[in-house]
Design a protein around this ligand. Structure first.
Ligand code: NAD
Length: 265
């Protein structure tokens, strides 16, 4: 029996990277999983590639196209999941973006793009998941993707840091508000994870002159990691499944650092 057997879960930003890995790890431990992403075709492919995995562990799989900044799409995603799985137990607000810019060059457009998806998207996701869980009367778990950039400001990604500090604030505020409904709100904070997001960040930093060759920025970051290497998505998922399981029932309002010891807070 897996740690999340029979739990109905939604993971946003699940077409690739950390979100895909979170969803697959949940399936491995018996959950029903809705993989949701703004890239509808890609996430549908991810879901179909996971049919066998779901069957093997007694779960079900679903995909959904969603823009997490659009409330009506988030509501539709939740009702599609409830129609397919009968309820909603766990909601991962994981979709996120980054676009590095030198601090003095940051534009309103860069700020709004990042804040809308990473902060407003998380708030809408929390609200709509909580409404469903309250209506069910079952309690539930909301899990937000934070970052080392939730704990420290980094000069080339100021709006990203602001958005990820916001994720901590929303996690704490939601934990206080939803406790009376037996809904816990937690978060996890990766450091440097080898995903397409980091490849994009690495490329942007090189274009900005902050590094001189592909991979250099990532290597520089990696020198500060006590574990001596960057993370793979699989390094994150033992903790995310724990946060989705009853083993974490007495935790709420907390962010778990999963950064190999980069940020000691
Ligand atoms: P990624 O770029 O590989 O995947 C992000 C996914 O989010 C993509 O599939 C994308 O299509 C989706 N997405 C973007 N905008 C969306 C929207 N409006 N609605 C729905 N989906 C949307 O990134 P990743 O590295 O897997 O990052 C996942 C999360 O982890 C993000 O919140 C990111 O900020 C966070 N994080 C990543 C790292 C890292 O080093 N990779 C470190 C700390 C935190």
């Amino acid at each position: 029996m897996g740690r999340v057997t029979g739990r109905s879960c939604i993971v946003t930003g699940a077409a690739q990277g950390i979100g895909r890995a979170i969803g697959e790890a949940l399936l491995d431990e018996g959950a029903d999983v809705c993989f949701a992403d703004i890239n509808g075709d890609k996430v549908a492919k991810v879901a179909s590639e996971n049919e066998t995995r779901a069957k093997k562990h007694g779960g079900k799989v679903l995909s959904c196209m969603v823009d997490v900044t659009q409330r009506e799409q988030v509501v539709a995603m939740i009702s599609q999941t409830v129609d397919a799985f009968g309820k909603l137990d766990v909601k991962f607000n994981n979709a996120g973006v980054n676009k590095p810019m030198n601090f003095l060059d940051v534009t309103e457009q860069n700020w709004k793009f990042i804040m809308d998806i990473n902060a407003l998207g998380v708030m809408i996701g929390m609200q709509e998941a909580a409404k469903q869980m309250i209506a069910q009367g079952t309690g539930g778990k909301i899990i937000n993707t934070a970052s080392i950039a939730s704990r420290q400001g980094f000069d080339n990604v100021a709006p990203y840091c602001a958005s990820k500090f916001a994720v901590v604030a929303l996690t704490q505020a939601g934990a206080r508000d939803f406790a009376k409904h037996d809904i816990t709100v937690t978060g996890f904070a990766p450091g440097v994870v080898a995903t397409e997001m980091w490849e994009d960040v690495d490329r942007s930093l090189m274009e900005m002159g902050a590094s001189s060759r592909p991979g250099e920025a990532m290597e520089e970051f990696a020198t500060g990691i006590l574990k001596g290497r960057v993370a793979q998505p699989a390094d994150i998922t033992g903790t995310t499944t724990f946060l989705a399981s009853s083993d974490s029932d007495y935790m709420t309002g907390q962010i778990v650092m999963i950064d190999g010891g980069m940020t000691l807070v």
